[in-house]
Design a protein around this ligand. Structure first.
Ligand SMILES: Cc1cc2nc3c(=O)[nH]c(=O)nc-3n(C[C@H](O)[C@H](O)[C@H](O)COP(=O)(O)OP(=O)(O)OC[C@H]3O[C@@H](n4cnc5c(N)ncnc54)[C@H](O)[C@@H]3O)c2cc1C
Length: 437
């Protein structure tokens, strides 16, 4: 039987179903809405944007801009809708969320090869299957996914922001480990008394993101947001994550008043997280307040801190770069639950699943999106074993191999990476498109 069952009509599931049907493969798309909704979903339509209506940077000097361009060139339904219903948003691509979702819902419901089943899946269906039930997957289905991988879906409710290494001002920071133990693995960002007190004040008074129904206080007890610590007293952070003990600033040869430590997020040390800075602040507030740390004045945030329920598979070693379960290749996972983070990243994984599930049914080898493309970099990220703890990740240039030559100006460098990515994509596009009816 050549039919594919796709579970979940979010960003990833809708894209996957569309790619399959466009290649002549019949699809059964199971969606629990409107019968049942997660605490974040409110609309009855498919491909609902649960929070912001922005699909982030539009230009090719940004990684989200590159990813969107690759998706367009591959014939993404989500991108077709996004471009059609774009609203003015400066350098970003934002959309009218209602028109966007309505368009995708209509296209899918009217496709003769897609049968929509409005019901909740309580188990993994038999046959060729793509599971795309998102970061709020729960109940019996989540339990069955746990049992497939022999461990519970990883679950995080707090993550600290990540900044690019090259945007850290090393004139205001120094590499060292506390008490000089082991290698100098941390980048330390010192603050004097005045800087620290101003920082703590702004942190304690900064604006927090809207709280969703499921994000009750109990969830966060074990992992206190940095702004909550700041509100507990001026010195709380100086005796907590910002403690300066065991550190000497080589510029003054003194122990700083307070220190923010940054820890590498990847082996290549292109990205660093702010240790202990799990936060629930609005993104612009994170940029403003964390930018008061002298070494982070011009920090580029590759990912902002988030606090929400987010179930995901610890994919490396379990899911390959084509999003297939290793050892069970007619079962694929798509979307945020694979460890990609964000609307367009979820879309990209759905697109890969749809294209390569169709190819498998047609007796063809999968298309490998090269690492130097944004789509390929995401597949490589989720599948690559890492000694570092695996966390969902937005697309960013740190995931794409660097250029083999030096380009000094960052914007020009990013444009060159994008140009190289689109060149590599052109080479595989005939294969991507060959089965489209
Ligand atoms: C609260 C919150 C806010 C977020 N904000 C943003 C943001 O602003 N920007 C951003 O880029 N990303 C954001 N994300 C992250 C992520 O990009 C989105 O969650 C994105 O929608 C993920 O796409 P997806 O296709 O994996 O899952 P979803 O879009 O969530 O789609 C999953 C679909 O599966 C259905 N479903 C679930 N379980 C079942 C079942 N058992 N049977 C049948 N159907 C089922 C759901 O109803 C839903 O339609 C946010 C996530 C959360 C949780």
């Amino acid at each position: 039987m050549n039919r594919v069952t796709v579970v979940g009509a979010g960003l990833a599931g809708s894209e996957a179903a569309w790619q399959l049907a466009s290649r002549g493969i019949p699809v059964r798309l199971i969606e629990q809405k409107p019968k049942q909704k997660t605490p974040a979903h409110k609309a009855d339509s498919f491909a609902e944007l649960v929070c912001s209506n922005s699909l982030r940077g539009a230009g090719l000097s940004t990684a989200p801009g590159l990813l969107k361009e690759e998706l367009r060139r591959c014939g993404s339904l989500i991108m077709e809708a996004a471009d059609r219903f774009a609203v003015p948003a400066g350098g970003a691509l934002a959309v009218d969320r209602d028109l966007f979702s309505a368009y995708i819902t209509e296209k899918i419901k009217n496709h003769p090869l897609i049968e929509v089943v409005l019901d909740r899946a309580e188990s993994i269906p038999d046959g060729n299957v793509i599971i795309a039930t998102g970061p709020l997957t729960d109940g019996k289905l989540a339990e069955e996914i746990d049992s497939i991988f022999g461990q519970p879906l990883h679950f995080y409710d707090a993550a600290a922001p990540i900044v690019s290494a090259e945007s850290i001002d090393m004139e205001s920071a120094f590499a060292a480990s506390r008490y000089d133990k082991g290698d100098a693995d941390y980048i330390n960002c010192p603050m004097d008394k005045e800087e620290y007190e101003a920082f703590v004040y702004e942190l304690a008074h900064a604006k927090e993101a809207e709280v969703h129904g499921f994000e009750d206080k109990k969830v966060f007890e074990g992992c206190m947001p940095v702004e909550v610590m700041a509100r507990r007293g001026e010195d709380t952070l100086r005796y907590g994550p910002l403690k300066p003990v065991g550190l000497r600033d080589p510029r003054t040869d003194k122990r700083p008043y307070a220190v923010v430590q940054l820890r590498a997020e990847d082996k290549e040390k292109t990205m660093y997280n702010l240790v202990g800075f799990q936060t629930h602040l609005l993104h612009p507030e994170q940029k403003r307040v964390f930018g008061m740390i002298p070494a982070l004045k011009k920090a580029e945030f590759l990912r902002y801190g988030v606090m929400h329920r987010n179930s995901f598979i610890s994919s490396p070693g379990k899911i390959d770069r084509h999003y297939r379960v290793i050892g069970r290749e007619n079962l694929m996972f798509a979307g945020q639950m694979t460890g990609v983070e964000g609307y367009i990243e979820s879309t990209a994984s759905g697109l890969c699943c749809g294209i390569n599930m169709a190819r498998a049914i047609l007796g063809k080898e999968p298309i490998t999106f090269p690492d130097m493309t944004a789509i390929g970099a995401l597949g490589a990220y989720i599948s690559r074993g890492s000694e570092y703890s695996f966390q969902p990740m937005n697309i960013n240039f740190g995931l794409i191999p660097p250029l083999e030559y030096r380009v000094k100006v960052k914007r020009d460098r990013y444009l060159a990476v994008s140009e190289r990515a689109l060149g590599a994509l052109e080479e595989i596009l005939p294969g991507v498109k060959e089965d489209i009816k």
